[in-house]
Design a binder for this molecule. Structure first.
Ligand SMILES: Nc1nc2c(c(=O)[nH]1)N[C@H]1C(S)=C(S)[C@@H](COP(=O)(O)OP(=O)(O)OC[C@H]3O[C@@H](n4cnc5c(=O)[nH]c(N)nc54)[C@H](O)[C@@H]3O)O[C@H]1N2
Ligand SMILES: Nc1nc2c(c(=O)[nH]1)N[C@H]1C(S)=C(S)[C@@H](COP(=O)(O)OP(=O)(O)OC[C@H]3O[C@@H](n4cnc5c(=O)[nH]c(N)nc54)[C@H](O)[C@@H]3O)O[C@H]1N2
Ligand SMILES: [Mo]
Length: 809
C-alpha cells in the first residue's frame, strides 16, 4: 500500500476492483465501512462475481475475468476526453510533457523491439529524448507528437465505451457510471482509493493492470494524497515482510536488485543502480544504493568484507535468469534438481498444474518439509491418480518432515500491508518436538558450515565466512535478528555537517537509513527496516494510540517503513508552492523553511518548493510515470491482451495478429504450451478464489472451519445450470486441458453470463481450499485445473482466468 489501512476511512470514493476485501480482508474492511458511514464515501465494486464486497457497495459492475486493462484503458480515455484530470498535478508531477525517443513505436498490438522467437522485447527505444545537458526534453505545450501526452491519448483513443462493452461484457451504462464516480475525484478536494489483490495480480497481464490504475491515480492527482494511493491488500499476515526481505531470487533484502551474470564489475554494478537525476535540482533517491548495498554486505560478512575486496561482491550470486516459483518447478519437472527445502509452503496445493508439480517432486532425491502440519506436499508420494506418468511405488523421493512452530508460538515481527512492522509475542508453547523456523534454519546452516570446514567444497567461502555471532548459534533469537536487520554503527560516525562531532558511537543502533554509509562503517541487513530497532529500543513494539491529526496516522504505533512514513510520495499532497491541495486532509506542507506536518516528509526536508524537486524521488526524473519507460516487460503503456486460455480465441483489439492475442512478453515453457486448451473443448471461463471461512489449505485441519465449509463446491450461473441440467447440490465434474475435479454445484445469481465479442461467456467459480489431508471432506486440489503460465513481470500464475468445461456427474 502506498497509503495504509486506516487511511481508507479518509477517501471520498473506495474502488474495490481485482479483490474481494470483505471476504479476504474482513478486519481491514471496517475502514471502508467507516468511510461510507462517516464520510458518506461511495463504494464501487467491479468484479466478475457479485461478491460480499459488492453486497455492501453503492454500485456494482460486472466484467469478464482478465479484461481489466480494457476497462481501465477505457477509464483513461474517458478522463482525457472529458478533461477530468487534475491539471497542475499532472503537468508538474508526471512525465506528461516529456518527449519519447523517435524510434519508439506501437503497431497492431506490438511495441518496438519485439523478438517473436524469444518472446522478448529489446526495450532500448522505450525511453526519453535526452538533451545535450543530460536532462530530459519536455514540451510544456503538450503538442509535440512524441510527448507522453500525445502518445498516451492516441494509445487509449481506441478504448471507447463500445470497445469496453465488447471486450469486458460490461454494459456501456454501467461503465459510464463507474467512470463518472472516478472522474469526480479529479478535483483537488476529492480523493479515491483503490483496493486490489489477486483479481488483478493473478493474470498474465497483472502488473500492467496495476500500472493502468497507477496512471489513473496520477491523472486524478490522487497519489501521495490522504484517502488516495494505490493499495495492494497483501495476503498472509506477514507476506509484506517476506517481500521486503526479498525471499525471491532476483533481489536482496530491501529490493536491492541482484547482479546478472554479465555484471562482474562492482563499480559498474553500483553505477547501474544509482541513476543520475534527469532534471535540474532533482534528487534521485537510488543514488544511495551503494550505502544500502555495502551496509548489507557488512551485516552478512562483517570484517571479511572491506573496500579493498569490493565488500566481497564475488561472494554474492549473479543471475543468469530469474528463478521464480514457475521456473523452479519447471527445472524440477525437467529433472534438474536433486533436493528441495520446502518451508511454510504447500506447493502441491498452491502452484498451478498439480500434475506437473507432482511429477517434479517425484524426480527429487530428497525433500525437507518444514511445517507445523502434514500437507499435501509432504504426502505427494501417495499420488492419488493425478500424475499420470508416475506410479506411487516408483517414487523414490525421500521426504523428511521437520515439525516447526507457528508464529503464535514465538516472538517476532509482522509487516502488514500498510508497511507497518508490529512486534508480536509468544502466546503458547509449541507442541511435541516442534522447533522454531529460526532454530531449524540455524541448525541446517551450522551443520552445513561444519561440513564445509571439515571437508572443503566448491565455493565454500560465502558459507564459511558468514557472520554468525549470535548468543546461541543453534538458536538465534528473533530480537538479535531484528537488531541486525535494523543496523548499527561499526565505527564512530562523524556528523557530515560538522566532522568534529560524533553522530553515532561505534556499536550503537542506527536511528534510520539516512545514517548508512558506503565506506563499511555501518551494517544493516535491510535498509528499509533501518531504525525499527534504534537506541530507543524496539519501535516495532510501540502501541501508542495517539493520533494528533485525527487522520489515523498513529505515528507512535509500530514502525512504518521507510523512516516511519505512513503515506508514500506525500510531497504530492501539496501544490507546487507547498500548500496542501486539501487543508482538511494534510500530510505535510512547506512551512517557509522546512517540510513538516502530520507525517514524515517524503522529500529532503529543506528542499524549498522553488527548487522544483519532483515528489517521486525514487525515480531519476522525480515525476510519476504515465509512460513507464523500460521498467515493464511488455511495453511502456498497458495494452489489453487475452488470458493465455481465452474464450474468444483472438484479441478483439488485434484480431489479425496472433502474436498479440495474449501477452507477447509472458514466458511460456514448451511443456505447458502443449497443455493449453481452447474454447471448442472448454467453453467456460474458470476462476479460482477464497472464502472467508478458510485460510488456504491449512484450516481444513481445523474442525470448526471444516464444519463451516466442509467440501469443494463450484458456482455456476442459473442460465448455464439450466442449459446443463445442473441443480443446486448436484455433483459436477469440472475439467480443463490439464485435469479434473469433482465438486458440489452451487447455482447462483451472483455470477451472470456476459456477452463478449459476439459470444455468451459463462464463468465457473472455483474456491481453492480443499485437498486430501485434514478433517474437511477429502477432495481434489483446485490447481489440477490451472495453467502453468505467469505474469510477464512478476511471474504470478494465471489462477484467475482459464478455460473449463462443467458437466453433471
Ligand atoms: N479468509 C481468508 N482470507 C484470506 C486468505 C484466505 O485464504 N482466506 N488468503 C490471503 C491471501 S494469501 C491473499 S493473497 C488475499 C487475496 O485476496 P483477494 O484477492 O481479495 O482474494 P480472491 O478471493 O482470490 O480474489 C478476489 C476477487 O477477484 C475477483 N476476480 C477474478 N478475476 C478478476 C478480474 O479479472 N478482474 C477483477 N476486477 N476481479 C477479478 C474474484 O471474483 C474475487 O472476488 O487474501 C488473504 N486473505
Ligand atoms: N488456484 C489458485 N491457487 C492459488 C491461489 C489462488 O487464488 N488460486 N492463491 C495463491 C496465493 S496468493 C498464495 S499466498 C498461495 C498460498 O500457498 P501456501 O503459502 O503454500 O499455502 P498456506 O496454506 O497458506 O501455507 C503453507 C504452509 O505454511 C504452514 N505454516 C504456517 N505457519 C508457519 C510457520 O510459522 N512456520 C512454518 N514453517 N510453516 C508455517 C502452514 O501449515 C501451511 O501448510 O496459494 C496460491 N495458490
Ligand atoms: Mo497470497
Amino acid at each position: 500500500m502506498t497509503n495504509h489501512w486506516v487511511d481508507i476511512k479518509n477517501a471520498d470514493l473506495v474502488l474495490v476492483m481485482g479483490g474481494n476485501a470483505a471476504e479476504a480482508h474482513p478486519c481491514g474492511f471496517k475502514w471502508v465501512i467507516e468511510a461510507q458511514t462517516r464520510r458518506k464515501a461511495k463504494l464501487v465494486v467491479v468484479d466478475p462475481r457479485f461478491t460480499r464486497s459488492a453486497a455492501v457497495s453503492d454500485f456494482y459492475a460486472p466484467l469478464r475475468s482478465g479484461s481489466d486493462i480494457a476497462f481501465l484503458g477505457g477509464v483513461i480515455n474517458y478522463l482525457l476526453d472529458n478533461d477530468k484530470i487534475h491539471h497542475e498535478y499532472v503537468r508538474r508531477y508526471t512525465n506528461v510533457s516529456y518527449l519519447v525517443r523517435e524510434d519508439f513505436a506501437f503497431e497492431d498490438g506490438i511495441f518496438s523491439g519485439y523478438d517473436a522467437a524469444q518472446r522478448k522485447y529489446d526495450r532500448e527505444s522505450w525511453d526519453y529524448e535526452i538533451g545535450e545537458d543530460g536532462f530530459v526534453i519536455s514540451d510544456p505545450t503538450l503538442t509535440h507528437p512524441r510527448s507522453v501526452y500525445r502518445l498516451m491519448k492516441q494509445h487509449y483513443a481506441r478504448y471507447t465505451p463500445a470497445l469496453v462493452k465488447d471486450v469486458c461484457g460490461t454494459s456501456e451504462e454501467d461503465f459510464i457510471t463507474v467512470c463518472e464516480a472516478i472522474a469526480a475525484t479529479a478535483t483537488p478536494d476529492k480523493t479515491m482509493t483503490i483496493l486490489y489483490a489477486l483479481g488483478w495480480t493473478q493474470h498474465t497481464t497483472g502488473s500492467q493492470t496495476i500500472r493502468a490504475m497507477a496512471m489513473i491515480q496520477l491523472l486524478l492527482g490522487n497519489m501521495g494524497r490522504v484517502g488516495g494511493g494505490i493499495n495492494a491488500l497483501r495476503g498472509h499476515a506477514n507476506v509484506q515482510g517476506i517481500t521486503d526481505m526479498n525471499l525471491i531470487t532476483n533481489m536482496l533484502p530491501g529490493y536491492l536488485r541482484l547482479a546478472s551474470d554479465g555484471e562482474q564489475d562492482w563499480q559498474a554494478y553500483l553505477d547501474a543502480r544509482s541513476p543520475k537525476p534527469l532534471r535540474p535540482n532533482q534528487m534521485s533517491f537510488w543514488q544511495n544504493f551503494p550505502k544500502f548495498r555495502v551496509s548489507l554486505a557488512k551485516a552478512l560478512y562483517g570484517g571479511a568484507a572491506t573496500a579493498e575486496n569490493n565488500f566481497r561482491y564475488d561472494w554474492f550470486p549473479k543471475l543468469d535468469k530469474p528463478y521464480d516459483v514457475l521456473q523452479m518447478f519447471e527445472n524440477m519437472h525437467q529433472g534438474k534438481m536433486n533436493g528441495f527445502i520446502c518451508q511454510g509452503f504447500n506447493p502441491l496445493a498452491a502452484v498451478p498444474c498439480v500434475q506437473k508439480v507432482g511429477e517434479g517432486l517425484a524426480k527429487l532425491k530428497f525433500m525437507v518439509v518444514v511445517d507445523p502440519l502434514v500437507t499435501e506436499t509432504s504426502e505427494f508420494w501417495a499420488n492419488y491418480g493425478v500424475y499420470n506418468n508416475v506410479e506411487p511405488s516408483g517414487i523414490e523421493t525421500e521426504v523428511f518432515r521437520l515439525p516447526s512452530t507457528c508464529f503464535v508460538e514465538e516472538n517476532g515481527s509482522f509487516t502488514n500491508s500498510s508497511r507497518v512492522l508490529q512486534w508480536h509475542w509468544k502466546a503458547a508453547d509449541p507442541p511435541g518436538e516442534a522447533k522454531s523456523d529460526l532454530q531449524i534454519i540455524a541448525g541446517i546452516f551450522y551443520r552445513l558450515r561444519r561440513l564445509y570446514e571439515q571437508e572443503g567444497g566448491t565455493f565454500a567461502d560465502p558459507v564459511t565466512n558468514l557472520t554468525w555471532d549470535y548468543g546461541q548459534p543453534l538458536a538465534p533469537s528473533p530480537e538479535e535478528l531484528a537488531k541486525e536487520f535494523s543496523g548499527r554503527a561499526l565505527a564512530d560516525l562523524p556528523d557530515p555537517k560538522d566532522p568534529t562531532k560524533i553522530l553515532v558511537k561505534a556499536g550503537d543502533q542506527l536511528a534510520g537509513f539516512a545514517q548508512l554509509r558506503d565506506d563499511g562503517t555501518t551494517a544493516s541487513g535491510n535498509w528499509l527496516y533501518c531504525g525499527s530497532w534504534s537506541q530507543d529500543g524496539n519501535l516495532m513494539a510501540r502501541r501508542d494510540t495517539a493520533d494528533p491529526s485525527g487522520l489515523g496516522f498513529y505515528p507512535q504505533w509500530g514502525f512504518a517503513w521507510p523512516a516511519n512514513r505512513r503515506v508514500l510520495y506525500n510531497r504530492a499532497n501539496c501544490d507546487t508552492a507547498g500548500k496542501p491541495w486539501d487543508a482538511t486532509r494534510q500530510t505535510i506542507a512547506w512551512n517557509g523553511t522546512r517540510w513538516a506536518g502530520n507525517d514524515v516528509p517524503d522529500m529532503r526536508p529543506d528542499a524549498a518548493p522553488e527548487l522544483d524537486v519532483g515528489p517521486f524521488i525514487m525515480l531519476p526524473d522525480g515525476v510519476g510515470h504515465l509512460f513507464a519507460l523500460k521498467g515493464m516487460a511488455e511495453g511502456p503503456l498497458p495494452e489489453h491482451y487475452e488470458p493465455f486460455e481465452t474464450p474468444l480465441g483472438i484479441n478483439p483489439l488485434h484480431p489479425e495478429n496472433p502474436l498479440a492475442t495474449s501477452n507477447p512478453g509472458a514466458r511460456l515453457f514448451e511443456y505447458d504450451a502443449k497443455q493449453l486448451g481452447s474454447a471448442e473443448d472448454f467453453p467456460y471461463v474458470g476462476t479460482t478464489y477464497r472464502v472467508t471461512e478458510h485460510q488456504h489449505f491449512w484450516t481444513k485441519n481445523v474442525r470448526s472451519s471444516a464444519v463451516l465449509q466442509p467440501s469443494q463446491f463450484v458456482e455456476v450461473d442459473e442460465e448455464l445450470a439450466a442449459e446443463k441440467g445442473i441443480a443446486a447440490g448436484d455433483l459436477v465434474k469440472v475439467t480443463s486441458k490439464r485435469g479434473r475435479i469433482l465438486a458440489v454445484a452451487v447455482v447462483t445469481k451472483r455470477l451472470r453470463p456476459l456477452d463478449v465479442h459476439g459470444r455468451r461467456v459463462h464463468t465457473v467459480g472455483i474456491p481453492i481450499h480443499w485437498g486430501f489431508v485434514g478433517v474437511a471432506k477429502p477432495g481434489f486440489l483446485a490447481n489440477r485445473l490451472t495453467p502453468f503460465v505467469g505474469d510477464a513481470n512478476s511471474q504470478t500464475p494465471e489462477f484467475k482466468a482459464f478455460l473449463v468445461n462443467v458437466e453433471k456427474v
